[in-house]
Structures are given as C-alpha cells and as structure tokens.
Design a protein around this ligand. Sequence first.
Ligand SMILES: [Zn+2]
Length: 671
Amino acid sequence: MPDDVSIPAEVLALVARSNSLGRDRRITNYGGGNTSCKVEVEDPVTGESRHLLWIKGSGGDLGSLTVDGLAVLDLDRVRALRRRYRGPEDEARLMGLLAYCRYGPAGPSPSLDTAFHALLPAAHVDHTHATAIVTLATCARGPELVRELFGDRVAWVDWRRPGFALAVELLELVEGRPKLEGVVLAGHGLVSWGDTSEACEATTRSIIDAAADLVAARTTAPPAPRRTSTPRPAALAPHLRRVCSTDRRSVAAFVDAPEVLGFLDNPTARELVDRGTSCPDHLLRTRDRPLFLDLDADRDLRVQIDEAHRAYRDRYRAYYERHADADSPPMRGADPRVVLVPGVGMWTFGADARDAAITAEYYRQAMEIMQAAEGLGGYRPLSDRERFDIEYWDLEAAKLDRRPPPPALQGVVALVTGAASGIGRAVALALGAAGAAVVAADLDRPGADAVADEIESGGGAGTGIALDVADEDSVIAAVEATVERYGGIDVLVNSAGVASGEPLLDTTAEGWNEVAAVFGRGTFLLSREVARAMITQGCGGDIVHIVSKNAVVAGPGNVAYAAAKAAQLHQVRLLAAELGAHGIRVNAVNPDAVVRGSGLFRGEWAEARADAHGVSVEDLPSFYASRTLLGEEVLPEHVAAAVLALVDGTFPRTTGAYLPVDGGLPAAFPR
Ligand SMILES: [Zn+2]
C-alpha cells in the first residue's frame, strides 16, 4: 500500500465489530450476514474528499474478516444507481453496474446486500441471521411479536429478495421514522444500524438478546431424546453415501447431538421439515428440504434407502421443473444434502468435509428455528416459489462460479495406517494436501493426532485415531470410526510397519508371528473391513499397500520380514483379482531404503543395518543412494507422490501392479 493511503479508524472498528459479532454463533453462522461503514476520506490521487462504503465481501465470514476481506465502493456512485433503477426486474443490471462503483485496488466482490447498506443513511449497518431473529421472521405471528417486543424501535418488512427494490423500500421506511433502529426482514433476518461502530453493535446485540429472551420464555425445549441401537451409524453411512453421491462424490458429517435427536423425536418433525428450510442464505448448501428417513426395522435397509432416495430426486426434479423458466440456471443435481434419521441422527453431505460440516451447522440452526417458530404460533417459511427464486438466482449462482477449481482428491475419504511417522505420515499429508479427508491411524495416537492437526492447519480435513493393525477389534473399530466420521471410505493405504532383520537361526517363532501379524494378517484385516464398506457404497475405491523391494529381492538375514512382504505383495494381486468387479483397484508401491523420517530406522535397527554394511548410521542414506541406478536418496515424499498418482485418477486402468520407488535397483525390476 502506498505511504499516503491509510486505513481509517472507522474501518478498523468495523473489522473489530464484525469479528465480535461473527464469532458469536447465536448471532451469525459461518459465512452469514454482512456489515458496513461509510467514511469520508481524502482521495490519495486527487486530494479531494470522497465518500466511501466499506462492506464485507461476498462469501466471506464475519468471524475471521480482515481489512482485505472488505469491498470498497464509491458511495455517491452507488447511491446514484437509485436513479437508474427501473423496477424489480432490473436487479441483475444494477448488480452489474455495482462493479463500476468500486474504489481503489481490486478487492473482493461486494455483497449482494450492498444496495441497502449504501442507501441506509446510518454510518454503520449490520445485517445478521441470528437464530432468535429468524425464528420471529419465520413465525406466523412474527409481525405481532416484533411490534409487542420493540414498539417503534424495530419494524417488520415483508419478504423481498435482497437487491435495490429492498434497499429503496428500507430507505423510504427509515426516512419517516427517526426512532427506528432496525428492521426484521420476513423469512430472512435483521438489519440494524448506528452512528458509530459501538452504537451499531450495541443495537444489534440488544435487538437479538430481546428476541432470544422472548423465544426462551415462550417455547419449551424438546424432550429427552430416544436413541435406537439399530441401525448403527457406521452401518447406515455407506448406504447413504452411495445414494447421496449419485450426482457427485460427497463427504459426510454426522451429528447425533441430543437436540438433533430430540427434534427428530417430535411427532411433527417430518411435517415441519417438509414445509421447507427457514434460511434462504442456506439453500445452496442444504437444498429446500432434507431427506427424512423413518426406517422400518423389518424391511431391507438398502431397499428402503433406495426407494426414499428415488422419491427425493423425483420430488426435487418436479420442484425445479415447476418453477424454472428459460433463463434459470440448469438444475444442480437432485441428491439430498441433509438426511434425517429419527433415533440415529443427521448426516449432511458436501463437496468436502468442511462443506459438510458447514451444512450441518446450518441445518442445526434451521431445526432450532422451526421448532421455536412453531412453538411461538406457527412456523411459516418462504413459499416454494420464493425459495426457488433464491436457490436459482443467477447472482447467487455466481458465488459458486467464483470458487477455485476443486483439488484432485476433493470428496475422497482416505484411511492411512502407520501415519504417525515416515512414509505413512508423508502419504497422509500428501493426500490431505490434495483435498482428501484423511484419517491418520497409528499405534502412536499422539503422533497420529499431530499429523491430523498438520493437515487441518493447512486447510484440509484430518482426524487422528489409535490403531493396532494386528488386533482384529482395533481394525474393525478404525474402519467404523472412519465411516462414521466422513460417511464412507475411498482409499486405504496400508503403511503400518515393523522393523525386523534376523538371520534364520536367530529368528524366533514369536518374532516371525509378530512380523506376519502386521504385514500379512494386518493388511488382510484392513482390506477386508474397508472392502465391505466400499462394496456397500458402490463407488469403487483404491487400496494401496506400501510393500518393499524385499518382497521381490532375496538376500540373507531377513527371512521373517521379506517373506511377510512377499506374502503382502501376493495379497495385492489376489485382492485385485477379487475386488476388480466392484471397481476397487489394489496396487502396491515398493520403496527401498527410506531412512530419513522413518520410524523404523531408529535405534538398534539402524545401528544393525549400519554395522551390516560397515558404515555409520549418519552415512546410511548416502550408502543406500550409492547402490541405486540414479544415485539418489529415496525420501518419504517420493513414496507419497507414487501413492498419490495411484489414487488421484492418473492410473484409472491399473490394478494388481507394483510400482518401485527405490532409486533404480535392477534386482527389483518387475518381471
Ligand atoms: Zn441475509
């Protein structure tokens, strides 16, 4: 930024207020609402005074808003647009002209609500979707309750889509009523204002608090929830993911919090959700209605889910066809994004884990609103016609177009064993960075958690779990945990390892069993449990084994390890043969001498290898490198890159294969 441009104090106050309001989830949920301020500044180019509007950019989040997330507009030019306004059919043209009102270097696109922020006279304006306010806004007695609660402080405004028509309506309302501090927009939320940032925040909070007090005083909490033992969430999830990935592979979030189960127990729950969702801002994520599954324990699960899903898609297509016209954007798929199962919980589906979690947050708010509004005198959301116009409004759709292209593994769920260190860790991080939701499993639980945290802090989705691959119950629990956490599984990477290297005469029966338990039995157990879930899902999948060049090269002093690795490699071919009919590919990566970062090349094992080769432990990497054709050291990242290529669609017609990552060892060439 040039020296003669500074951020006005009012704008810094706006950012602080936005963060304060945005971090309070009672007031606004992720990405919801917007805030603005109007400031007079000296133009650094002309030295003349300019009136500017600073407003949250479209799609940003108030809780984490920074100055860079604000759009800056020339206020006089935005207000001049009012003279260009020709009526409600003119909104798209005016939104286009808004781009010609921007001021200064390029920032984010201004919010769709820019018009009312600009036209309202107050210096500071907040627009929020607080749960208590939306409850009033979707209640049949809303106008009456707002009058009772606020008198002439807050007005009720009938539903109107955001845009210039709404802005002009609000301006005309305010002009005659100096005492007015805010308006409740029917079916939508709150607009409130003040002359200073502090006054604006105080007003916003006081209106929301009063509404929350009224809702709390006049509604009752749902009864203690019933929780059924069947079907278990992990048994149901792969079926749901199968049907909810008909249009596009999706990741799920699962919620069985008491308030969700309590809502679903309500005898009117189904009828309430069938009236349609409460929040127009959420439609692009939640759709108009959820799939409500009242399962009959005596009927086949798959048949019931298929029937309900087909009926949902038919209904959604009919809703689209009833309301779409020639100018409407094409239908964006017809799968449900929210699935409600009384006694079990709620699944939400999104393009990735984060998307699914936001949808869950939105629908939890919607359920709370439906229940409270019904208790206050009747839940009455927008009509289908109005809802459709928002869902398929080209300006809302433009928000979707602005999203960056999806990463290679978006929508993929991966389980990586041995993920706390070495190759497993590198694989988990690489899959996470490529967009997969990753469950990092290891005997070393804190180490697995640290890898998951590293994935999350890079903007991905990761969960750490404890896993002993030699223990059948532990394996079953790990696969269930993966399926419960993200709705299913698409990639298994068998990377857990154990160090061993004794001559035949020193190898004990226990030592043999210990190695075989990890590489033969452990990978078999994991593959079996994961294949069960993958077959139920019906979306194919990838199983990748990290084997070893020792599976194909014989040398002295390594009988237990190398024989177990050879068995693991043959398992790859056997499983490829058996699972190909389900679209599940099974492949191996054969690394050699990955020393750095390895959990195995530590302590006695490293010393023994160094002794055997007559070099120091520090010189082991260069010693191994010197034995290869390329003369280069093999790092965990090189193995991870090979795994990524096997699962990201680069080799869609390859199964039963092994890919050496060893720097080039003629003795290990496939033959
Ligand atoms: Zn809004």
